[in-house]
Each structure stands twice: as C-alpha cells, then as structure tokens.
Design a protein. Structure first.
Length: 392
C-alpha cells in the first residue's frame, strides 16, 4: 500500500518531532508498505495581512516589535547552530522518503496532492497552536487530510492537541473535518473528551508512534552513527522552548551548586549560554540511554527515558494563553503507573537531587507499556486491513 504521512518534519533541533515520525515511518515500512512523508510546511503570511488591516497602530507597533525581537533571536540561533551542527538534515535524508513537492497551503495540496492509497495525519501536536484565522484553518484542514483523491483512505494516528482544550471555532472546524476520516485515534485521554464535546465518537487513544519501536531498534540508530564524543553526563537536561514552572537558569545553578556533572540541551529555538551540549539524534539517544538521570520538560524526553529505562524527572509547562493546561505527561505516566516524577519548584528540585525518589518498577512499567503499544499497533493493523479489503 502507498501511504503518505503528514506531520511535523522540518525541525533542526527538536528530537521528539523527528523521532515520532521515525517511529511511525519505520513501523509502516516494516510491514512492507511504501511510505512517503508529505512535505507540508505551513505558512502564516495570511495572518500578517489580516493583522495589518484590522488592528490599531499601537497594536501593529507591538506586533512589529515582536517580529524584530524574533529576527534578532533568529540571528543568534543561526550563529549557535553554525557553531554546533546537530546534523538533522543528514538524518532526514538517510531515513525518510519525501514527496517530490513541498507545500505551504492547503490549496497547493488540493491542486496537486501526492498520490497515495492511504493518508495518515499524526502524530505530535499537529492540532495544537491552531488559531481561528485564515492561516490557522489552512493548517487545520491540511492536518485533518482535507485534500487528495476521494478514493484515498484517511486515518489519524495519535494526533495531539497538546493542551487540554481548544477554541470553539477550531473545535467546530476539526469536528466537521474528522467526519470525513475513516478512523480516528488521538494521543491523550483528554483529546477524546474534547472531540466528544463536538460530536466526534469512536475514538481510540493510541501511543505516540515513537513507542512503536523497541529500545533495541533505537539502539541501532546509536550504533549506526558515529558519536563525536563518548562522554556521558550523570544528569542530562533536555528542555524545549516552552514556559516551564522552573527555568533553565534555576536548574543549572542548582546543579552547579552541588557540583553535579550535567549536559544541557535545548530545542525549539532555545538560545541560552547555559546550554553546553548540542547532540545529533544518535547522540541524544545515547545520552538518555546512559545518563544517571534525565531532567526534562519534554513529553518525548520522558518517553525515551522510559524506553531506555533511565530514571527521570519532569517539569510541567505553564498554562497556554487560553488558560488550558498541558497534562500530556501526567496522563501518559498515569497509564504506566509511574509516580513521583513531577517537579514544580526549585525547592522540590533541590530536595529530589539530595533525596531521589524511589526507583521505578521497570518490570511493571514494561508490562503496561507493552499493553499500551499493542493498542496502537492493533489500531494501525486493523485500519489498514479494513482499507485494504475495501480496495479489492
């Protein structure tokens, strides 16, 4: 079967984004399918045009100031990347087959959609950061597969909202679109409640696709790519650029005070002089596999700590601008029976470093993980089998 995946793919430093794609892509290719990543990368130029015509001079000035600051940060980020290449593009070229065309808008997809028997949207937070604007709905329509031949089948796999709620207009649009999809699965329990509120039923909660592969399979990535340094830190800090309850400054100063050996890695355009490690994807996996403790605010930082059975702690993110909380990690850990890993203040961090939480029962976690992963593989296998039968 020819399968096209639409998800996030273009990052140069977000390890979870690439590895969730790698998990789904690798699982499907292992079943013998011809898989291709659809190179859709949304543009928000429509929103800037709308903003310029509707807001006041003061608001426009603030918007332009934000863009100037963003441009300045982008310059610093570019210099940081040049000094510390993470080789993400090399990994993409080695591991994935991409559509011949790249798309920026839903109309481009509709006019010249890549041929496929099946489209899959997901995983990652493809239904997050959607605003009720022209660009927002453009993006939402693409990530709910509103393009392509009418005969092409469509499923979502472990798609995520990220935060536990969406705006009313966005919810109505996504509900309308999902009625045209053959099978729907999401990544978190709260996403089911959100979609139920807008009339979408028959939803499966499936694991993030990074969990579809074993630690041995990820070990093959480590083994097949040369490490630039074999050094391992006792504490591996991995933070994505979101507002956490604890800052990188607090984490690093707390560890320095205790003379702890750490590597600090950032993602999603984190520019900070406290970062001291810029790994390739294989090196990032190597650190999580071998560190004494992982400290992170990242969902995938937790996922891969569990895959490699490495002790970890996480910092929750603050609520988003609509007031919705990000409970993805808590929902996931509760499924596996993992407790005592959340840190919400510097005082708690200091206490944990001085008095670590009880060891995780990895035997119990492995059984729970295996059961959860089987839900995902069964969803994919059953959906593809039904679609294959309908095509005969």
């Amino acid at each position: 079967m020819k399968i096209g995946i639409i998800t996030f793919w273009w990052t140069d430093e977000n390890y979870g984004q690439i590895l969730q794609l790698y998990g789904l892509y690798s699982y499907l290719t292992s079943l013998g399918h011809d898989v291709e990543v659809i190179r859709y990368r949304p543009s928000n130029k429509k929103d800037y045009l709308q903003i310029a015509t509707k807001i006041s001079t003061i608001e426009l000035s603030r918007t332009l100031l934000k863009k100037i600051r963003s441009s300045f940060n982008s310059h610093k980020l570019s210099k940081q990347r040049d000094r510390n290449p993470r080789m993400f593009e090399d990994f993409r070229k080695q591991q994935f087959s991409f559509s011949s065309l790249q798309y920026s808008h839903i109309e481009e997809l509709r006019m010249n959609a890549p041929a496929a028997d099946l489209y899959i949207c997901g995983s990652d937070q493809i239904w997050n950061y959607i605003r009720p604007t022209p660009s927002g709905f453009d993006q939402l329509d693409a990530y709910t597969l509103q393009f392509g031949n009418q005969d092409t089948k469509r499923i979502s796999y472990a798609a995520s909202f990220g935060f536990a709620g969406i705006q009313e207009q966005v919810g109505e649009r996504i509900a309308r679109n999902l009625r045209n999809i053959d099978a729907v699965s999401v990544r978190e329990d709260f996403a089911v409640k959100v979609l139920n509120r807008f009339g979408i039923e028959s939803i499966t909660v499936a694991p993030d696709p990074s969990m579809l592969l074993s630690r041995e399979q990820y070990g093959q990535i480590i083994d097949s790519h040369a490490l630039r340094s074999p050094e391992v830190a006792d504490y591996f800090i991995y933070l994505v650029k979101n507002r956490s309850m604890i800052t990188l400054k607090d984490i690093v100063s707390t560890m320095k005070k205790r003379h702890l050996h750490y590597f600090a890695t950032g993602a999603n355009e984190v520019v900070d002089s406290r970062l001291n490690y810029f790994p390739t994807i294989s090196e990032w996996l190597f650190q999580i596999q071998n560190a004494k403790v992982v400290v992170t605010n990242s969902f995938h930082g937790c996922v891969f700590s569990i895959i490699f059975q490495t002790d970890f702690y996480y910092f929750p993110l603050q609520a988003n601008i609509q007031g919705f909380e990000d409970s993805r990690i808590e929902t996931f850990l509760s499924k596996l029976g993992i407790e005592g890993r959340k840190i919400t203040s510097r005082v708690e961090l200091e206490h944990i470093l001085d008095t670590p939480a009880p060891s995780i029962d990895w035997g119990h976690v492995t059984k729970s993980m295996d059961g959860f992963v089987s839900v995902g593989t069964r969803f994919l296998d059953d959906a593809i089998a039904k679609l294959t039968k309908s095509m005969v």
